[in-house]
Design a protein around this ligand. Sequence first.
Ligand code: GLN
Length: 486
Amino acid sequence: MKIANKKVTAERLVKDALAKAKHFADYNIFTFLNEEGAIKKAREIDAKIAKGEKVGKLAGVPYALKDNFLSPEGETTASAHILQGFTSPVTATAVAKLEAEGAIMIGRTNLDAFAHGSSTENSYFGPTLNAFDRERVAGGSSGGSAVAVALDIVEFATGTDTGGSIRQPASFNGVYGLKPTYGCISRYGVVAMASSTDCIGFFTKTPDDMDLLMSIASGQDSKDMTTLPDYYNTELERSHLGHAQGRSPKLTVLDETSSSSISNNHKASGCRVGIIKDFDNDSVDAEIRQALKEKCELLKSKGHEIVELEMPSLKYALSAYYIIVPAEVASNLSRYDGIRYGFRSDDSAVLDDLYDHTRSEGFMPENKRRIMIGNFVLSSGFYDAYFLKAAKARTLIIKEYEKAFSKVDFILTPVAPNPAFKLGEKVNDPVAMYLEDVMSVSLNLAGVPGLTVPAGKTKTGLPLGLQLVGPRRSDKNLIEFAKELK
Ligand code: GLN
């Protein structure tokens, strides 16, 4: 990047990013600005470069960190009152990997408290404003990170995606946002929402930046038993391409001589791209449907084939998600009791009162709603009717994707049924807010990767985004193929 050849110093880059962050203060993007820490790190990198020492691939690149990643710099609050005052003794694996390559965190970004939400309005710190229309939501839960990249404050930002929290805000703000395959990037040191669907990912301005970040952050981690061996850097799973074209599936090791259509930055050709019939109806905004049609035409003109898919099980995804995820949320949030982390309501001598008051005051209404639903669906008598049924629906959804990817290489769908909506429009109607996630959650249940690709603007100037979906471990192919949509 620019600083290695001394065109600009790391200190200059970091100071510019901090100045921009302050300039856009009224968008409420950051929960913490890392002024001292970031400038200190930038100076260290500049000193290394001056001495001719080797620096990392991200040396001096300012980035924004979603405030549910643990690191000792600033408080990690997950935008929740109950974590106020909590400074982490540990550093998330993803953060450690980025910083080992010289990336510099200039601030922590706002989110829906504990990542529960689709608009960033559930944050204890208030909503983040959309980068293109200040009367509209940033999307969520990673709203702050999406807007930090969209307003060009930083080169990239981290996010977490449990049911759409990277892809939907990316589409609302016109940037790329990747939810990788489940297990691709370590979740160690990231505040857990729902452990079986949580994924770590990024917001960037280009597919190439996404590729670079993925190559740095992915890989197995002994601190997260669900991480996969590092397929991103060592092998390309092109089995799905073979499948769709009737060839026998094969795992190929990435090497310089490979002649795959997508690897080694060769232009992809002749891919089969599925579109889901059920998503083309009146409940989806007309301009989004139009954008999808235009992209399909573009792909056809580049020699790709568009295939209509029926995926009937996906209609169960939202219901299954809003049972499985609250169940896991209820378990994960039980650790916040006022004893170990952050905020404590009072020093009541009665332990139960201390828990009670801390949790009542510390959680946001949406957090409490999920704790209630989660405990309900797990309770004896209701477990079979709700949780078990949802788990079975999840299996159907996994199979539905496997079937689809035996026919196509990728699937292209809207990210959400609408572009960014108005602040206040849905926040008091939980079901309307949950419906935002109708197109994003099935990927998390199935563990497959999804990449938000910018797809133009509405007549009123709001960004539109589409979601490119691939089979598990096809992350690199997705990123490459996104270039075909330009
Ligand atoms: N909007 C979804 C929810 O509220 C997804 C959240 C997320 O991905 N963190 O559950």
